[in-house]
Ligand binder design. Sequence first.
Ligand code: FMN
Length: 193
Amino acid sequence: MAGMFNDLSSPAAFLSTRRSGKPRDMVAPGPGPDQLRAILSAAMRVPDHGKLAPWRFVVIDDRDSFAVLLQNAFRAQRGAPDTEDVRAIDQFARQSPTLVAVLSTPVEPSKIPLWEQQLSSGAICMNLVAAAAAHGFVAGWLTGWAAYDPHVLKALGGGGNDRIAGFIFIGSPGRELEERPRPVYDEVVHHWP
Ligand SMILES: Cc1cc2nc3c(=O)[nH]c(=O)nc-3n(C[C@H](O)[C@H](O)[C@H](O)COP(=O)(O)O)c2cc1C
């Protein structure tokens, strides 16, 4: 049903109807430069114990270069890709109008446990997905092998204990969004004691 998802009529309605988009289905327009700045600025308002800002956004502007990076990283780790691998890598790299890699960049040493800093990077990914939808776009959070590849991490500016928390694809939905199965409330929510 059109209009069922990402209802922007109120904050509560939005959160109750928020839905990611499928990056492979995304089409133009994506956010313009000012909109992207607003989306990323909103996403940064995220719980962050110790105010360490243990995350970075890398806006991947050049998709041709990103596709080459992924092809080379795949080759270095796994050997020559077959035709299907090449096609899948290219599809991944080029889908959706806008792509932001989110890096978890923990500050070490720190009083704040590494786990908490990594949780904050998960939270910022989610906040970015929500902020994009709040601006009228759809977003999708993907990882895949590239998120675990050391060559890709290094090329995006990561080092040390940094990790790629996700690739957040942003655009407009090229197909109607569909619901996905959701957890059963009573299986997930318990009251204590
Ligand atoms: C860390 C992380 C990595 C993910 N990676 C992928 C992925 O590589 N491929 C995929 O199809 N979905 C992946 N997902 C799932 C989708 O982002 C998401 O769960 C789905 O689109 C649900 O949409 P919703 O926000 O409407 O619930 C990942 C989710 C998380 C949290």
